[in-house]
Ligand binder design. Structure first.
Ligand code: SF4
Length: 308
């Protein structure tokens, strides 16, 4: 079936089923084109929870669909491709986190939203890439266990005097971009600010003119007066950048900036998801209840309750 035919079929099914189609900024262009909402993972889950849709179709990776389920337990949440996982989220298990908690009983656990639901359930508060610094500074403890991303953790460390115990996880897509490539691009395009995601390695982040989340990158490049930008995050964002700032030029920092998991979902998977109600995210009520708490605490920054 042609792309347009598949897209039309999806839009018809979305309407018939009272569903909402969410696409993360790293999804394939043909999916972002027809999504009801595009954006960062947590922002999408929050927005979807405020709609009256019965079904949330989350085009992203598993932990994102889980967060949507945690915030909307009464809705059916579908992940169109059951194999779309996140290697970074899988780098820490609930058991490993329990081990850390007993090793550092006085520490407060801050988990990046890129974690699986059972790990969130054992965390004190969550953070996103855009609020990580604020959240870490707001926790009512001197010692902080930061999971799972060591790169985001080192970025936060520069802006806090908390004693941070940082887990050794990383995003393979962002971690394998090296400063040499960025330096060459900066020499080639001296007029272009380098804007990157804090999941990049510290030696890459050091070269950045702006470090921010995916939605932050879209906003910054739209508002900043420069006409050309070097972009340090997954290539799916190029669609949004060109859409939001058609008069500007965007240079992807590396050809290797592709998350294979984010590219697993195809239009055909979304058709099947809507026709067959697959693949439904199911979480136990206990996990939903426990994992909701750190997400809610994140929203109440500044009024973060005492450590457990
Ligand atoms: S880009 Fe990195 S953090 Fe995001 S889903 Fe892919 S592997 Fe996970």
């Amino acid at each position: 079936m042609e792309k347009k035919e598949l897209q039309d079929r999806i839009r018809r099914l979305v309407k018939e089923k009272n569903a909402i189609l969410l696409a993360h900024n790293y999804q394939r262009e043909e999916i972002q084109e027809i999504a009801d909402l595009t954006g960062d993972s947590y922002e999408l889950s929050v927005k979807a929870s405020r709609t009256d849709a019965d079904i949330i179709v989350f085009c992203g990776v598993r932990f994102m669909a889980e967060s949507a389920k945690i915030l909307s337990p009464g809705k059916t949440v579908l992940l169109p491709n059951a194999h779309a996982g996140c290697p970074m989220a899988d780098m820490i298990t609930a058991q490993q986190l329990e081990g850390l908690r007993s090793q550092y009983p006085d520490a407060y656990v801050v988990s990046y939203v890129n974690t699986n639901a059972d790990v969130k359930a054992l965390s004190d508060v969550c953070c996103t890439s855009s609020n990580a610094v604020t959240i870490v500074n707001a926790v009512p403890a001197k010692k902080v266990i930061f999971i799972p991303d060591k790169n985001l953790g080192s970025y936060v460390k520069k802006f806090t005097d908390k004693d941070m115990i940082i887990w050794n996880g990383y995003c393979p897509t962002h971690h394998h971009i090296y400063p040499e490539e960025i330096k060459l691009l900066k020499e080639k395009y001296p007029d272009a600010p380098f804007v990157c995601h804090p999941e990049c390695r510290p030696d890459v982040v050091e070269l950045a003119d702006k470090v921010t989340s995916t939605s932050g990158i879209i906003k910054f490049t739209k508002e900043d007066p420069h006409h050309r930008f070097i972009i340090g995050t997954e290539e799916g964002i190029m669609y949004q950048l060109r859409k939001n700032s058609p008069e500007k030029e965007f240079i992807l920092a590396s050809n290797g900036f592709i998350c294979p998991n984010m590219k697993k979902t195809r239009l055909e998977d979304i058709v099947l998801a809507l026709e067959k109600n697959q693949y439904e995210i199911t979480l136990s009520p206990a996990i939903i209840e426990k994992a909701r708490l750190p997400l809610e605490r994140m929203i109440e920054v500044g009024a973060v309750p005492s450590a457990r």
